[in-house]
Design a protein around this ligand. Structure first.
Ligand code: FSX
Ligand code: SF4
Ligand code: SF4
Length: 318
């Protein structure tokens, strides 16, 4: 099932660029295959205009910060260009210089000023057990602020929400078997509290930097991307890994790798979960296009809603 979401006209106008104006400036989507297309000068100028009206606020709950580290590994475009030209990132606990009361007050001030327009990036799951006390993200006026409080408050005010990483999208590792904290992904959390703000899931443990930057660039310039039934942009998560794997011929011929160091052979007997996984890693590759999981190990299905329990044990056949 496909779920095409678009921002209301009024909101689209507030992004500072008309759809037609944008389409005239580029030939394809910046969130497509090559992120370097983001640096088409016409697109940069379109993005710069959109940025004036569309800050991104990034908050962190139950995660390992790997999603932020992955974003910081963006090489083409460089993270400096991403932060200066693609994302008007106004709040990020790991990389901003500001901290404590000043930072928090600024966060809520921007959310109020850009109500209905800013994008909220949520990294990590949201613990709902024990009144949210498992994750305190700050304190104002001697009152603790839980991650749940913050997501409720900012999520209601945002124009759109990006659930960055499998933890934020579906609960991920914090929601794995033995989850005592009530770790929950954003969509489920919003459903529980009746929050209607549109959510784009960008799973991956961690997600590829292009998936994060590309989804934000898409939001800024063209509105919400087309999503699959798990809330993921189809431009990045529309294809099955196994169906496109360079080892597919070997799979068909029954030629299986016996150990991870084997250069040849399908990795299914070693635990590859490619057949149940939808992402473009096979062509996008990781580490600036150097390699991907199946080159050196196996796909563990890190972008899927059931991860990690659904993929476990990682190195045994499904
Ligand atoms: Fe989760 Fe982000 Fe996995 Fe980590 O913080 S998606 S544990 S790589 O990095 O939330
Ligand atoms: Fe499919 Fe994995 Fe084998 Fe590739 S290595 S053909 S994804 S099972
Ligand atoms: Fe995740 Fe599989 Fe892609 Fe590796 S190949 S990043 S495990 S979806």
């Amino acid at each position: 099932m496909k779920n095409e979401q678009t921002l209301p006209d009024k909101q689209q106008k507030k992004l500072g660029i008309s759809r037609r104006g944008f389409l005239k400036t580029i030939t394809g989507t910046a969130a497509g295959i090559g992120m370097s297309q983001v640096f088409n000068p016409a697109l940069v100028s379109a993005l710069e205009k959109a940025l004036e009206h569309h800050p991104v606020l990034w908050i962190q709950g139950q995660g390992c910060t790997g999603c932020s580290v992955s974003l910081l590994n963006s090489v083409d475009p460089s993270i400096a260009d991403v932060l200066l030209k693609v994302i008007s990132l106004q709040f990020h606990p790991t990389i901003m210089a500001s901290e404590g009361k000043t930072a928090l007050e600024n966060l809520y001030k921007i959310a109020e000023e850009y109500k209905g327009k800013f994008s909220l990036a949520v990294e990590g799951a949201i613990p709902m057990a024990a009144g949210g006390k498992y994750c305190i993200v700050g304190e104002l006026d001697h009152k603790e602020i839980t991650m749940a409080d913050m997501v409720k408050d900012l999520g209601n005010k945002a124009g759109s929400v990006l659930a960055v990483g499998t933890c934020a999208a579906y609960g991920g590792i914090p929601a794995a078997e033995g989850n005592v904290t009530g770790a929950t992904g954003v969509m489920k959390f919003f459903k529980y509290y009746g929050i209607k703000t549109p959510v784009v899931n960008i799973p991956g443990c961690p997600p590829h930097p292009d998936w994060i930057v590309g989804s934000i660039a898409h939001l800024l310039t063209k509105g919400l991307p087309e999503l699959d039934s798990d809330g993921r942009p189809t431009i990045f998560f529309g294809e099955n890994i196994h169906d496109n794997c360079p080892h597919l011929d070997e799979y068909d011929a029954g030629e299986m790798s016996e150990k991870l160091s084997d250069a040849k052979g399908c990795r299914m007997d070693l635990g590859c979960k490619g057949p149940d996984t939808y992402a473009d890693c096979y062509k996008r590759k990781w580490n600036s296009g150097m390699n991907w999981c199946v080159d050196n190990a196996v796909c563990i299905g890190c972008v899927e809603p059931g991860f990690p329990d659904g993929s476990s044990p990682f190195y045994e056949p499904a």
